[in-house]
Design a protein around this ligand. Structure first.
Ligand code: PLP
Length: 387
C-alpha cells in the first residue's frame, strides 16, 4: 500500500474502500479549514454564504455526472437518497415494487417497509451468481416486471459482488414497460463515468464519501425534472411551502435547508476531485482505468489461488472484484457479524477485507476494492494468507 497521501494505517492492508471510503489528508484538511471558517460567524455562514457555496458544489458535481445542477440535491448518504424517494411515493394497496436479489440490505429493509405500510408487494429479480453475460441480468429484471410495478430499485454497482450492472439497458427496458427506475449508485460516483442526463432514469443516488473520497456524510440525489414535485426530503423544514424566494425551484428550496447540519463534507467535493484527478494521467478517468485494470489483476490472483474461474465477465468489473469462497460454517447473527475467516485475516495479518454472506453464510463471497493507494502486492499478500 502507498498510504503517503492518506490517513490510513500503513500497518493495515486496506482492501475495503467499498464500505466507507477513505479520505486523503489534503481533503480532510480542507474540511477542517471550512469548519473553522463556519465557526467564526455561524449566522453569517448559514444565512449568506452556505447557499452560493453549495450551489458551486452542485455545479461541480453536475460536470462529473453530466446532468443539470438544478436537478441535484445534496444529502448525507445513499441510504437517505433511497429513503427519500421510496418514502415520497404515494403507493396504493396492491402496487408492486421491484428489487434485485443483491439489493443492499439497508435498501431492502426500506423497500419491504414502504411496501408493507401501503399494502403493496416487492418482487425481487433473482440475479445469477456467478454470471456469464450482462444480458442475462437485463432479461431477468424485465421478466420480474408485472402490470402493477410502480418502481424498480436497481443497483448501478452491486454491493456484495461489486458487479457493474448494464444500467442503460435496464433503464430503457423498464421505461418501455412504463416503470421508473431508482438507481442505487452508492458506489458509482468516482468509480465509473456517469451520463445522467442521457440515461434519463427517474432517480439516481450516489455517495461522494465512497469513491470521491470526501469526508463522511456527503452524497447526492438526482431527480428527473418532471418527477421533482413528488419528492420531498425526509426532514421537512423552512424550504417546504415557502414561496417568493429567489430560488430556482421548490425542489431546490426543500432540499437546501433540512435543519442545521454540517455542510463541510460537501464543500470538500471540489478539492477531492482535484486531488483524485491529479494522481494519474487522464485525470479522474485515468484513475478509474488504473483501478479497473488492477481490480482485474487482483481477481485473477485470487481466482488462481482458489483454483476457480472468474465469476463474471471482465466488462462487469470496475474498482471492486468479488470471488466465491469454498463452503464454510458461518451463520451471521447481525448485519455487522463477520466470518471467522475475515476475523483471522485481520487479527493475524492485518488485512482489512470484507466477506459477505452472499448468497449465504455457508457459501460467501470475498470482495476486494482498488483505490489509488492499493498496489498489486496487496492482493498477492491476501492470496498468500487466504489459502
Ligand atoms: C449498494 C449500496 N447501497 C447503499 C449503501 C449505503 O451507503 P451509506 O451507508 O453511505 O448510506 C451502500 C453502502 O455500502 C451500498 O453498497
Amino acid at each position: 500500500m502507498n498510504t503517503e497521501l492518506w490517513l490510513l494505517d500503513p500497518q493495515v492492508t486496506f482492501l475495503n474502500h467499498g464500505s466507507f471510503g477513505a479520505c486523503p489528508q489534503r481533503v480532510l484538511e480542507t474540511q477542517q479549514r471550512w469548519q473553522r471558517i463556519l465557526e467564526r460567524d455561524p449566522v453569517d455562514f448559514f444565512l449568506h454564504r452556505a447557499e452560493p457555496l453549495m450551489h458551486e458544489v452542485r455545479e461541480t458535481l453536475a460536470g462529473v455526472m453530466n446532468c443539470a445542477a438544478e436537478d441535484l440535491a445534496l444529502i448525507p448518504n445513499a441510504t437517505t437518497g433511497i429513503n427519500t424517494v421510496l418514502r415520497s411515493l404515494d403507493l396504493q394497496v396492491g402496487d408492486h415494487l421491484l428489487g434485485i436479489s443483491q439489493t443492499y440490505g439497508a435498501c431492502r429493509s426500506t423497500l419491504d417497509w414502504v411496501a408493507q405500510r401501503a399494502g403493496a408487494q416487492v418482487n425481487y429479480a433473482q440475479l445469477p451468481w456467478p454470471v456469464e453475460d450482462p444480458d442475462q441480468i437485463v432479461e431477468i429484471i424485465l421478466k420480474t416486471v408485472t402490470p402493477k410495478t410502480r418502481l424498480a430499485l436497481v443497483d448501478s454497482i452491486t454491493s456484495p459482488t461489486g458487479l457493474v450492472l448494464p444500467i442503460r439497458a435496464i433503464v430503457d427496458g423498464l421505461k418501455a414497460r412504463g416503470v421508473e427506475t431508482l438507481i442505487d449508485g452508492a458506489h458509482a460516483l468516482g468509480m465509473v463515468p456517469l451520463h445522467l442526463h442521457d440515461l434519463g432514469a427517474g432517480y439516481f443516488t450516489s455517495n461522494a464519501h465512497k469513491w470521491l473520497c470526501t469526508p463522511k456524510g456527503s452524497a447526492v440525489l438526482h431527480v428527473r425534472r418532471d418527477l421533482q414535485d413528488g419528492i420531498k426530503p425526509l426532514n421537512l423544514s423552512h424550504g417546504v411551502g415557502w414561496s417568493g424566494q429567489a430560488y430556482a425551484s421548490p425542489f431546490r428550496m426543500a432540499f437546501d435547508w433540512t435543519g442545521t447540519d454540517d455542510p463541510t463534507p460537501f464543500l470538500c467535493i471540489p478539492e477531492a476531485l482535484r486531488f483524485l484527478s491529479g494522481l494519474y494521467e487522464g485525470g479522474l478517468e485515468g484513475l478509474m482505468n488504473r483501478n479497473r485494470s488492477l481490480a482485474l489483476k487482483a481477481r485473477g490472483i485470487l481466482c488462481d489461488a482458489l483454483g476457480i474461474s472468474a465469476p463474471a465477465p471482465d466488462s462487469m468489473i470496475a474498482s471492486l472484484a468479488a470471488v466465491p469462497l469454498p463452503a464454510m460454517e458461518w451463520t451471521p447473527t447481525s448485519p455487522e457479524d463477520i466470518s471467522p475467516l475475515q476475523k483471522r485475516l485481520y487479527d493475524e495479518h492485518l488485512i482489512q477485507v470484507p466477506i459477505f454472506p452472499f448468497p449465504s453464510g455457508s457459501s460467501p463471497v470475498l470482495r476486494v476494492a482498488v483505490q489509488a493507494y492499493n498496489e498489486l502486492r496487496d492482493y498477492e499478500y491476501l492470496a498468500e494468507k487466504l489459502v
